[in-house]
Design a protein around this ligand. Structure first.
Ligand code: FAD
Length: 481
C-alpha cells in the first residue's frame, strides 16, 4: 500500500468526539514529526460529535446530550486549550454545587462530604433525612467491615451493599449510577467505572479512612473543588458543540459527512493495508484505520477479519435514554432551584431518572428571568419509557418537575432528544473483555479502536481514547517506512 504515493493514508471511521480527537491528534503529531500523512474521517450521519449536541435558540443554550466534562481528567481540557478555546471555557456556579436525591417525593441534598458513594464525614450523614436510622448505623460500621480478598471485579451494587449497606445503594449509588451511566448497579462493573474505591478498600481497609486520607492529602486550596483554576465540571460559553465545531473547522476537508462505511477489506491479506468501502460503492485505500464507532458497529466491520473479536465487541451492551429540556419563567416557579439538579432512585417509582438545573449549574444557559432544566428518561432500569411519544415524554417530565418543585406552570420551551443505543454498559468483567478485545485488535496490523465502549464513557476518556489510537497508528506507520 502507498505505492505511487509519497504519503501515508489513515481512515478514521466515526465522527463522534473519539473519532474527531483521533483525526485531530494524528494530524497534529504527523505535522510535528514531519511525517507526510493524509487523514480522512468518515461519518455516516449528518452531524459530527453526536452526543455533544448543543442547540442555541432564543438566548437559550440547550444541551441535548453531554452538558459538561470533568477537569480532573486532563484530556478534554488540554485539547480545548490546544484548539485555542480557553477563553470560551466556563465553570460551574460553585454556590449551587449540590446534588439532591428524591426521597418520599421530596428533594433532599446529598449530605456534605459524601463522595459519590461514601461519606467522609459522619455528622452531616447523621443529620440528613436521606437515610433511615438503621441505614446510618450500618454506614457507621463501614470501617469495621473486613476488606474483600482477591482482585476480581464486583458489581457496584454488591460493593456498596457489602461496605455501606442497602440504604446507600438504594438512596445514592443506584440513582447516581443511573444518572451517570444509565446503568443497573447490579450489573455495573466497579473496576471499570470507579476503580479508586476498590483501591481504597485494598489500601486502607475502609472507604471512610481512604476518603479521609485522600482529602487530607489534597492541597488546601483545592479541597472541595478540583483545583484552584478550574471547577470540577467545565463547559463552553456556547455549549459543548464549541469543541466539535473547533475540531471540524481544523479538520476541514478531511471530514466526509453522510458517508457510511459499509465494509473493511484487507487486499493482499493485510500486508497491503485496508480498503474502506462506503455504502455508495466508493472505496478509500488506507495504510491504517481507526475504528471509532460504537462497539456494535465495530463488530460488524471487523467480523470478516476476526470472528472472536467481533463476538467480544458484540458483548458490550448499550442502553437508550432521552433528554427533555424544559424552560419556565422563573416567576412561575414557587422557589428558584438552588442546586445542580437531582437524581431519582428507582424505588421512588417516578417517570424520570434525573434532572439537571442547567441554568443554575452554568451561566449563559437561559435569558434573564428564565430557568432551563433538563430531565432524563429511560436508561437500563426504565427502558420502557423509550416507547413513549415525544409529547408523552414532555408530559412525564412536566408532571415530575411539578410534583417535586411545586407549581405546574406552562413551560416556555420543551425539546425532546432521544439517544437510542448510545450509552455503553460496562458490565462486571468489562476490563477483562476490553483487554481481550485489545489483544485481538493488535493482531490486525494498522488497526486501532477508539471510543466510549472501552475505557471510559466521559468526554475526556473519549478524547484520550482517540488520541491514543492516533498515536498508536502513527507509530505503526513510522516503523513501516
Ligand atoms: C445523553 C448523554 C449525555 C451525556 N452527558 C455527558 C456529560 O455530561 N459529560 C461527559 O463527559 N460525557 C457525557 N456523555 C458521554 C459522552 O458524551 C459519550 O460517551 C461520547 O460522546 C461518545 O463519543 P464516541 O465518539 O465514542 O461515540 P459516538 O458519539 O457514538 O460516535 C460514534 C460515531 O460513529 C458513527 N458511525 C457508526 N458507524 C459508522 C459507519 N459504519 N460509518 C461511518 N460512521 C459511523 C456514528 O454515526 C457516530 O457519529 C453523555 C452521553 C449521552 C448520550
Amino acid at each position: 500500500m502507498g505505492s505511487g504515493r509519497n504519503h501515508r493514508r489513515v481512515a478514521i471511521i466515526g465522527g463522534g468526539i473519539s473519532g474527531l480527537a483521533a483525526a485531530f491528534r494524528i494530524r497534529e503529531l504527523a505535522a510535528a514529526r514531519e511525517f507526510p500523512l493524509e487523514a480522512a474521517l468518515f461519518e455516516k450521519g449528518p452531524t459530527l460529535g453526536r452526543a455533544l449536541a448543543t442547540i442555541s435558540e432564543d438566548q437559550f443554550v440547550i444541551e441535548t446530550g453531554a452538558d459538561s466534562f470533568l477537569s480532573e481528567k486532563p484530556w478534554a481540557l488540554e485539547l480545548a486549550k490546544r484548539l485555542g478555546l480557553e477563553p470560551e471555557l466556563i465553570g460551574t456556579d460553585e454556590r449551587f454545587r449540590k446534588t439532591c436525591v428524591v426521597r418520599a417525593g421530596r428533594l433532599v441534598e446529598i449530605p456534605e462530604g459524601f463522595t459519590l458513594l461514601a461519606p467522609t464525614k459522619f455528622l452531616p450523614v447523621f443529620k440528613s433525612p436521606l437515610f433511615s436510622l438503621p441505614g446510618k448505623l450500618r454506614m457507621a460500621f463501614e470501617p469495621l467491615i473486613p476488606a474483600r480478598r482477591g482482585g476480581s471485579d464486583e458489581s457496584l451494587a454488591s460493593f456498596v451493599t457489602r461496605r455501606l449497606g442497602r440504604g446507600v445503594l438504594d438512596r445514592v449509588a443506584q440513582p447516581l449510577a443511573g444518572g451517570i451511566y444509565t446503568a443497573d448497579p447490579a450489573a455495573l462493573s466497579l473496576m471499570a467505572t470507579m476503580p479508586r474505591f476498590i483501591e481504597m478498600e485494598r489500601r486502607y481497609g475502609s472507604l471512610f479512612k481512604g476518603l479521609r486520607a485522600a482529602s487530607r492529602n489534597r492541597p488546601v486550596q483545592s479541597r472541595g473543588t478540583s483545583g484552584a483554576r478550574w471547577s470540577l465540571f467545565l463547559s463552553f460559553r456556547g455549549g459543548m458543540r464549541t469543541l466539535v465545531e473547533a475540531l471540524a473547522t481544523r479538520l476541514g476537508e478531511c471530514v466526509r459527512m453522510r458517508t457510511a462505511v459499509a465494509g473493511l477489506a484487507r487486499p493482499g491479506g493485510g500486508g497491503g493495508g485496508w480498503r474502506v468501502g462506503m455504502a455508495d460503492g466508493v472505496e478509500f485505500d488506507a495504510d491504517a484505520v481507526v475504528v471509532a464507532t460504537p462497539a456494535y458497529d465495530a463488530a460488524r466491520l471487523l467480523r470478516p477479519h476476526d470472528v472472536e473479536l467481533a463476538r467480544l465487541l458484540g458483548e458490550i451492551r448499550y442502553s437508550s435514554a432521552a433528554s427533555v429540556n424544559i424552560a419556565y419563567r422563573a416567576a412561575d416557579l414557587p422557589r428558584p432551584p438552588e442546586s445542580f439538579g437531582f437524581v431519582v432512585p428507582v424505588k421512588e417509582r417516578r417517570k424520570i431518572i434525573a434532572c439537571t438545573f442547567s441554568s443554575v449549574k452554568f451561566p449563559h444557559r437561559a435569558p434573564e428571568g428564565a430557568v432551563l432544566m433538563r430531565a432524563f428518561l429511560g436508561g437500563t432500569l426504565q427502558a420502557e419509557m423509550m416507547g413513549l411519544e415525544d409529547a408523552a415524554m414532555v408530559a412525564a417530565a412536566r408532571e415530575e418537575i411539578a410534583a417535586l418543585l411545586g407549581g405546574g406552570a406552562e413551560p416556555i420551551l420543551a425539546h425532546v432528544q432521544r439517544w437510542p443505543e448510545q450509552m455503553p454498559q460496562y458490565a462486571v468483567g468489562h476490563l477483562d473483555r476490553v483487554a481481550q478485545i485489545e489483544r485481538h485488535a493488535a493482531t490486525l496490523p494498522g488497526l486501532a479502536l477508539a471510543g466510549a465502549a472501552y475505557r471510559g464513557v466521559g468526554v475526556p476518556d473519549c478524547v484520550h481514547s482517540g488520541e491514543q489510537a492516533a498515536e498508536a497508528v502513527l507509530n505503526y506507520l513510522q516503523t513501516r517506512t
